[in-house]
Design a protein around this ligand. Sequence first.
Ligand code: GLN
Ligand code: ZN
Length: 770
Amino acid sequence: MRTQNLGYPRIGSQRELKKACEQYWSGKIPVQQLLQTGKTIRNQNWQLQKEAGIDLIPCNDFSYYDQVLDVSIMVGAIPERYHSLMEAKQLPDIDLLFAMARGYQQDGQDVTAMEMTKWFDTNYHYLVPEFTANQTFTLYNTKILNEFLEAKESGINAKPVLLGPVSYLLLGKEKEEGFHRLELIKKLLPVYLEIISKLDDANAHYIQFDEPCLSLNLSEAEQKVFEKAYREIKNRFPHLHIILASYFECYGDNLQTVLNLPVQTIHLDLVRYPTQLDDILATDFVKTKTNLSLGVVDGRNIWKNDFQQSLSLINKAVEKIGSDRVLIAPSCSLLHVPCDLDLETNDKTLTPEIKPWLAFAKQKIDEVVTLKQLANNENAEAVSIKMKENIEANESRKTSILIHNNKVKERVAAIGEKDDQRISDFSTRKVKQRKALGLPMFPTTTIGSFPQTAEVRSWRVKLKNGALTQQEYDDLIAKETTEAIRWQEETGIDVLVHGEFERNDMVEYFGEQLGGFVFSKNGWVQSYGSRCVKPPIIYGDVSRPAPMTLRWTAFAQSLTKQWVKGMLTGPVTILQWSFVRNDQPRSETCTQIALAIRDEVVDLENAGIKIIQIDEPAIREGLPLRKENWQEYLQWAVKAFRISASGVKDDTQIHTHMCYSEFNDIIQNIADMDADVITIECSRSQMELLDAFADFKYPNEIGPGVYDIHAPRVPSKEEMMLLMEKAMAVVPVEQLWVNPDCGLKTRHWEETRTALKEMVDAAKGLRLLV
Ligand code: GLN
Ligand code: ZN
């Protein structure tokens, strides 16, 4: 029996990569220093896994931005608009990578970034490959080989990890009509074969192909492409040990195809879908020689493994196929969990009672190895102590009184039919809201946050370490908020926001004030590029002991005669961006959060706030990967949103906001949420995302984003007007709002000011047109 890891977090246990990238982007460190940081992280990760006793240690799981973008560069799928950059400046690979990821606005060049979207049902985002009809591929760089050789130099015969060719194509988008991206497999495969042959020459024994699209519904034709591709790879490299990894779901209807693929090892996510193992062991698969990699340690959540449960799965497999054919592994790459629980030394946040219930990446690596030792009866004495500890920790969690709050359980049980319904339907509300709010055509607004400058963030640090008193901190936040309100008034924005300066993060801020949540100090997880999030840990029933946003929203409203929009994070997003309990259904936890948000909405209304936004950027990413499971999820998710939004009067306007989403297949459910206004991310897709709303004849109001806030680039008034004209072509003008794609917290003030001024001018320009 062997152990393998599918991927290790690459941001560094102290977010070294994030810091180095951002310093490099702002010109504070030279490129060598950034590259050195990457090298150090890779080496630390390898050594850590080696010392823990992992047999198959991954390489090329590292990336300076995104592993999908890395493949696009590797195979030379570099969109046309970057070509002049490449020629004009001879950009080094790393700068080309960042230009594709973030856009490029320098030296008279102005190139937009590539589109970004969610990685399956995670909160990680990848850069969407772009394909054209006459797309060609060439081996543009050999990052994967370089990292393999680098590992070798430090004494590790690593297992290169590469996004497989079929998923790579499926995850991309056709930028022209007239072809399907899977047709490109013929052109793509030779480049894959070329890089594999280089790895082969360098004596790589294993290669892990991630084909996570095997967790989706695939047509027969699509399954055929997998067969063809892997047969071709196998024919060329018969001796290479191919590990095929998919995760986040079972193989479902693709199982037979997968079992027949000419690969040596098939990885199973047994955390998501443990019964998959029985299905496989019941087939003729047992008579083959193919190995199974058992993903029993949860790569998506932070709970300590249940050794007894994992061992029963492992033993079942060993009994049927023998231990030689079994590998123990995390369920997926550990990219999605924080680095190291040992760094959590603050007893006030992660209390000594809760900490033993948890495991982060480093601890999960140990769990994988311990499980192997337990299953093999190696090191019997030492591991039996670990087994005992494991049983005790899990038992203490199950029986802890910290988890249960009967009032909350009773309130959930008492939810009635009316509790998720507004008083009147939208057509009635619309009239009342128009009258109450008196907004112009094309009302302008922003999505909530304004730049969280280093200064603003430093206040929070100082408050925490005692360098600022609460009063001093509050005064600073008040000053910043006041300036933001003044500035918005001067700029001519119609619906103002308070700026969210008091918030560290849109989920953390709420989690800190809700019962049933705890926080790590250092539990960072990569969201995209250098952006990391620190998901709260929901360990118990959720309650709201006191109002959470009332104070700063009411303060901001007191400063101005214009409307200030209250800003809340919705129940599904709080759920989705937290580490969630695994001892009750997600729907149950979500409903508890919905009730807490509902109370907040009602409190805001009572304080005179007439417009309240409940952000739900994560609704779509919560979708199960298989369509047959969608409706069940959407039903409880939409209901949770409605519960949170339905405590108010007709003339209170409820907004919601979503980003990085395609809406086509869930537009009915989005409409069922019945928000009075929805703002969506749209600009990178050139308003394409709006088509779903147009085709559906979406009845409520919509603000399609006209300003891409993920990149420092400033769009012009004309550019935004053009985008809005595209919107006007498909959505009636009286339904349209003008706003950026998302919150502005990651931007700098300078570009924000310029861009929003342009945006207001764009709205003024539009008003003249109609
Ligand atoms: N109100 C939040 C903000 O402006 C919304 C962020 C989001 O959708 N991701 O930051
Ligand atoms: Zn957003």
